[in-house]
Design a protein around this ligand. Structure first.
Ligand code: SF4
Length: 178
């Protein structure tokens, strides 16, 4: 009988250890509440294929897709992880990237996400997927498609560092900044 009780205690202790380990792994990702449906990080159930919205001509690989709980139950929320420290406000490029994932999710899951999450070192920003942000993403995607069809495209910025580290610099010709 003593061996039986010892076995039961060992199983309970093992279960508790597994739960603690799973909680610790989850806490290390810094993710908000919700079941992980998709992960591009290899930490959770990895899905290697990018998400494709044929309707909007968009392709993307968010770091996570979470299934929301509570009042948002069933909604799919994209999460993008950035290694830099949490800024006071997210840069527009990060917002547009996250909003692109929101639009892809809307097309693939038939339900518009109310928000996405930008996870930085030390904290997150919840970004509402507003009508304005949605319009911006659709506009940016259309501009990119138009640029792909064009025979010549002008530089859209004055950032020398961006040109200096750009992989297309050789082909860019006079548009590239020194
Ligand atoms: S080198 Fe050309 S393509 Fe690259 S960032 Fe500069 S302007 Fe853009």
């Amino acid at each position: 009988m003593a061996i039986f009780y010892a076995l039961v205690m060992a199983l309970i202790a093992g279960g508790a250890l597994l739960l603690w380990w799973a909680w610790r792994e989850r806490a290390a990702t810094g993710l908000p509440e919700g079941a992980v449906l998709y992960s591009d990080t290899g930490v959770e159930r990895a899905v290697p294929q990018p998400l494709i919205s044929r309707r909007y001509g968009l392709v993307g690989k968010p770091d996570y897709l979470l299934e929301a709980s509570g009042s948002q139950r069933g909604a799919v929320i994209p999460v993008e992880v950035k290694s830099r420290a949490r800024p006071a406000a997210p840069p527009e490029g990060h917002m547009l990237q996250l909003a692109t994932y929101c639009l892809i999710v809307e097309d693939l899951h038939g339900r518009r996400p109310t928000h996405g999450v930008l996870r930085y070192a030390g904290g997150s920003h919840t970004v509402p997927f507003t009508d304005e942000l949605r319009r911006k993403v659709i506009g940016a995607a259309e501009a990119i498609r138009a640029a792909r069809r064009a025979t010549a495209v002008s530089r859209s910025h004055d950032d020398r560092r961006r040109c200096q580290s750009c992989g297309y610099r050789q082909a860019c010709g006079s548009e590239a900044l020194d």
